[in-house]
Ligand binder design. Sequence first.
Ligand SMILES: NC(=O)c1ccc[n+]([C@@H]2O[C@H](COP(=O)([O-])OP(=O)(O)OC[C@H]3O[C@@H](n4cnc5c(N)ncnc54)[C@H](O)[C@@H]3O)[C@@H](O)[C@H]2O)c1
Length: 247
Amino acid sequence: MSELLKDKVCIVTGAAQGIGKSIALKMIEDGAIVYGCDRLEGSMSALELEFERFHALYFDVTHAQAAKESMMRVKKEQGHIDVLVNNAGVVFNKKIGMIVREETELMFRVNVIAVIELVQLVSRLMARNGGGSIVNIASVTAVLGSSGQSAYSATKGAIISFTKSAAKELAPIGVRVNAVAPGIVKTERFAELYEDSKEKIDMRIAKIALGRLGSPDDIANACSFLASDRSSYISGQILGVDGCASI
Ligand SMILES: NC(=O)c1ccc[n+]([C@@H]2O[C@H](COP(=O)([O-])OP(=O)(O)OC[C@H]3O[C@@H](n4cnc5c(N)ncnc54)[C@H](O)[C@@H]3O)[C@@H](O)[C@H]2O)c1
């Protein structure tokens, strides 16, 4: 076990699967106490059983009251919150002509509004104990653009802008705010999208200079670094973890 995040109290949203689960596990490996958040009751019980330092919080990040009660519970149980990773996200891969308002609204509610509200809430709690580190998960699509993901990439662009301004605003209370912008990451969702097409996967890989897709662990390593005191002079940055992609 590393001591990078020794005894830091970390909250990771969307921790039941995919990138969020890897972030939570990496943070435990790095010595943290992790509170994973997700919607579906029971979806993190295996993690709770396996890891003493993992605690599950079940709530929908778009429900402000439930989010508040969960954050207050962490503060009460641990006395402080050191790290928040806003990872929970939804995506509808649809062309501009096909996306419907309900889908666009849901993406903005989960990917943007919930992030702003969690940062409001948690930064106040962090400030009472001298500060902390917030990591928002953006996407390379917000930086490079991606056909078929216009509405989704707009939510991630909003997160990039929010990260830069929040970093300036929260610096005086000791809270750092950064974002990680993943490229294409091989998660359960990716497997569902591409399972039938090796050709499509090869086309994607051809646009990645490092010659492979990202792994959830690649993203988790970046998050642990930004959460840790090793990055104590870094705030307001967008760290691309995309294998040097051109999409
Ligand atoms: N997978 C990729 O290639 C990729 C690339 C760039 C960015 N991202 C971003 O990384 C993050 C994680 O992606 P992933 O591929 O692991 O996704 P995923 O769909 O596998 O996991 C997302 C998790 O968030 C949870 N979640 C969704 N809405 C929620 C809500 N309202 N309240 C609480 N939990 C909620 C889901 O239940 C799920 O466990 C997302 O923000 C995504 O946009 C992913």
